[in-house]
Design a protein around this ligand. Sequence first.
Ligand SMILES: Nc1nc2c(ncn2[C@@H]2O[C@H](COP(=O)(O)OP(=O)(O)O)[C@@H](O)[C@H]2O)c(=O)[nH]1
Ligand SMILES: [Mg+2]
Length: 472
Amino acid sequence: MPDSAASLLGFDDRDKGLPARLARYRPSHWSRRRFLVAAGSVLAALTILALSFYSFHQSPPPLTLVDEYLPPAHSNRLDALVGPPTQKFRDNLRNDTQYMSSFISAGWTNDVMTYGNLIYLAMITQRVPIIGNFTPSHIGGDAGTVPFSEVFDIDYLSKAIGSPVLEWSDVKDPTSEEIDDLGCWSVWQAVQTRESEPRFTNALELYGLDISYTAGPLSLQKIPGYEHDPHAHFWSIAALTYPSGREAALQPPQPSKVHGALLPPDEQLACFDYLYYVCAHQSFEYEYDLSPAWRFVVKNFRFTSRLQSIAEGYLKRMFGVPEDGPVPPYVAIHARRANDFSVYCGDVPRADCFPTMNVYARRIAEVQEDTRARLGVVPEHVIMLSDERDPGFWDAVRTMGWYTPDHTAEDTVANYGRWYPLLIDAVIQASGLGLVGTDRSTMSLLAGRRVQDWNGGVYLNVKWGTPHADDH
Ligand SMILES: Nc1nc2c(ncn2[C@@H]2O[C@H](COP(=O)(O)OP(=O)(O)O)[C@@H](O)[C@H]2O)c(=O)[nH]1
Ligand SMILES: [Mg+2]
């Protein structure tokens, strides 16, 4: 044991030459000490035996060691089901297992975070999460859905978090014409003041689920009745999945859309309309280092090797390096500029509201300075990724000498489908040594956290809204 470790543990070689004041610890005194220690131990053991005998006869029989709610430890995530997808979902649920599901309805990254929240909630309540496909919003509602497992490695995820993660297509045959009734909680009705309906979902069209909702209790909202923050805490929602919390919160269910069914929230398959606004401690918690949904779940959403290698092909062609050579280290910029962001500019003209190329260049230099000091690497290549359509913007990017994937020349949509310009851009944002993102964009935020946690790189955001917003 090295000296420092030895002294940390309380051992110290200097004790070998015992001074007079420590004489009672000399070997001649040890036999009496040993006797006292032995007698004490026997007495303690007898007391413990007596106490445990007493408590055994006083309390109910000891709990069994098998926790009935623990998702069974399957080596294959699909063992969490009875078998292959069935016509009615219920026929595929194992009676020794509890499940949880929820739905999405926002931009892609928001939806990634919502699935992260669902899986984290399922983990802390020891249920098996069932997630759905990604549904299109910003890429055009007619683009069709894409399976979670086409984007992220679901087997890796299941292993990494120690719980099976299922997709609806594993549970219920996607070609089934059956419409299943299901009772779910509406968190949305409890946490916001603007709409009276449950959050809109595609559960009926996508999975044939005809849902009867029960409004969650108003106490779910972090600050009940506060119109500007619809967040709920994970454990407030989790409470609804245990008998005591469930019974205290039950109220009359609302009729389902197709069958007019009136069902209380299902106990075997706990489900919720919408889980985007959920946190353990702080609203919009993915922005903070403590975010448990990031640290325990979404950090393990690794892109499939197929998607990663498609994106790497784009990088190599962009940089002009051979297909079998390495991708040089680079910094990516994510410039979020579409209309859903420019509405926040108010009266400020777009040109003054969004960052100029020089503002990005200053942040790039800061990233390079950090990686040079910390890693001894200066990533010289810079890639711009953006939802901007204005050709003038892209001309300015080229003038800076920055790269950009060319989804038109590469014919990305024809080759891979409508989702792939977005997915390839997301992988590129996540695979550099640095990301310069757009303040308030969740797409930047998740890409930045990937760069930090997966690549040991740097994530900086550019502020916007006025010409000097990013001055620092
Ligand atoms: N292809 C591509 N699409 C983008 C880019 N930035 C934004 N988008 C689109 O805009 C959407 C932004 O919504 P979301 O993912 O929820 O992130 P946020 O709105 O920035 O917080 C994305 O999902 C894309 O559909 C980009 O750099 N490349
Ligand atoms: Mg969004």
